[in-house]
Design a protein around this ligand. Structure first.
Ligand code: LLP
Length: 412
């Protein structure tokens, strides 16, 4: 459930009219709803309330400082995958002791920063990364908290581009190899093997894949325990899907309750790294209809938002709901909703039934996750303004980028 609703044919975000905000702050524009974010945060807290847990929000889904600050104030930790994300978390007031650092290609300087700020855990993805970490720890005379990210070889049954737990993916370490590494590094003076991690994919709409992954983690944990290695936490990654149009994903409570039951024998802390399910439906991308165009074959609705603002349709063929912020009477036509960028794949939706006029504002729903955070300056388009609405109050949480900022680091 979210707080973007129609009243008298006008789309509201909480108590404010979306089209009015679009006029005032100009488009393309991201708008987030505080009540929706808080509702989602509460739903995740409730889902794991009956066991020791830590929710590490996946920063990549939406890395705006204000949103990170909201998660930090909810007591959440963070899953980061780069120095930039780690610095954002610190800048937003996040607690480094609640940060896990994932990623297959952490650089030496990223590892040094993670060690120096004292994060909760490094999710290590290869033997070579472990060896680098060993060298850095010996040099700096510090110990490193480590979880191995295993690749359970499971089909997450999602889009191939966002499936990460199969053996032909670059992510993680095969379970058998991870077992050997754990035992090899068991009593290491610097590397502290404290957790076990997996992340198998994103936008999962059924519970089976994550249960399979949990089962694999549990088996490995049991084996390691029998060998005298005590792990403090199991990290199941992120991946819970959301409704974009016709999907029927489980609710966080049902999803994580099933996972928690599967892991009933594990007494330690359960970590999860949700991103999309926290923020996707808390945000919309608002775009203005520039003109309508009919080439005798198709109807085009040309808008001022593009793949540079929201790349999910172009990149994953993502099918996201598009609504007119001011519904009006008329006969709907099937439109290709396209942006101004010079690429045939610059579209926000195919074959959308809309009653639409130039000057109308359209909202792409579910755009709070992997929208702004994946946007670019392609075609020298400035990054959008972002607003956070709380009842009838509006806060600019990112100013629209200026043209000067586009080239400020370039030398003439
Ligand atoms: N943890 C790790 C290690 C991850 O790689 C990811 C996402 C997450 C957690 C969060 O997963 P979530 O709960 O958001 O599903 N850009 C794509 C999604 C890429 C996801 C990458 N990893 C999209 O727009 O669909």
């Amino acid at each position: 459930m979210d707080f973007f609703n129609f009243k008298d044919s006008r789309l509201y975000v909480e108590d404010l009219e979306v089209a009015k905000l679009a006029c005032e702050y100009e488009t393309p524009l991201y708008i987030y709803s505080m009540a929706t974010l808080q509702r989602h945060i509460a739903a995740f807290n409730r889902a794991l309330a009956d066991r020791p847990h830590l929710i590490c929000y996946a920063v990549k889904a939406n890395s705006n400082l204000t949103l990170l600050n909201l998660m930090a104030r909810a007591g959440w930790g963070f899953d980061v995958v780069s120095e930039g994300e780690l610095r954002r978390v610190l800048q937003a007031g996040g607690d480094p002791r609640k940060v896990v650092f994932s990623g297959v290609g952490k650089s030496e300087s990223e590892l040094r920063l993670a060690l120096s700020v004292g994060i909760k855990c490094l999710n290590v993805e290869s033997e070579a990364e472990l060896q680098l970490l060993e060298r850095l720890c010996a040099e700096l005379k510090v110990s490193a908290p480590v979880a191995l990210r295993v690749n359970p070889d499971v089909d997450a049954k999602t889009h191939p581009a966002i499936s990460t737990g199969l053996k032909n993916n670059k992510f993680g370490i095969p379970v058998a190899q991870a077992r050997e590494l754990y035992l090899h590094y068991k009593n290491h003076p610097y590397l502290k093997m404290c957790g076990l991690d997996a992340h198998i994919g994103s936008q999962m709409t059924s519970v089976e894949p994550i249960l399979y992954s949990a089962e694999k983690l549990l088996t490995l944990w049991t084996e390691l325990q029998a060998q005298g290695l005590e792990l403090e936490h199991l990290d199941l990654g992120g991946g819970l899907g959301v409704v974009y149009r016709h999907e029927t994903p489980p609710q966080p409570y049902d999803y994580y309750h099933a996972v928690s039951e599967k892991l009933a024998a594990f007494p330690g802390e359960l970590c999860i790294e949700p991103g999309r399910a926290v923020v996707a439906n808390a945000g919309v991308l608002v775009t203005k209809v520039l003109r309508l165009k009919d080439n005798g074959h198709k109807h085009f609705c040309v808008v001022d938002g593009s793949m540079s603002d929201l790349i999910r349709p172009a990149l994953y063929d993502a099918d996201m709901t598009i609504v007119n912020c001011n519904e009006h009477e008329g006969t709907p036509l099937l439109y290709e909703v396209v942006g101004p960028v010079c690429e045939s794949d610059d579209f926000l939706g195919h074959e959308r039934s809309l009653v639409v006029r130039p000057g109308d504002f359209l909202a792409v729903r579910g755009a709070g996750a992997y929208g702004s955070s994946m946007s670019s300056n392609y075609n020298s388009r400035p990054l959008c303004c972002e607003l956070l609405v709380d009842e009838d109050r509006v806060q600019v949480i990112r100013k629209r980028q200026s043209y000067e900022q586009l080239w400020e680091n370039e030398l003439l």
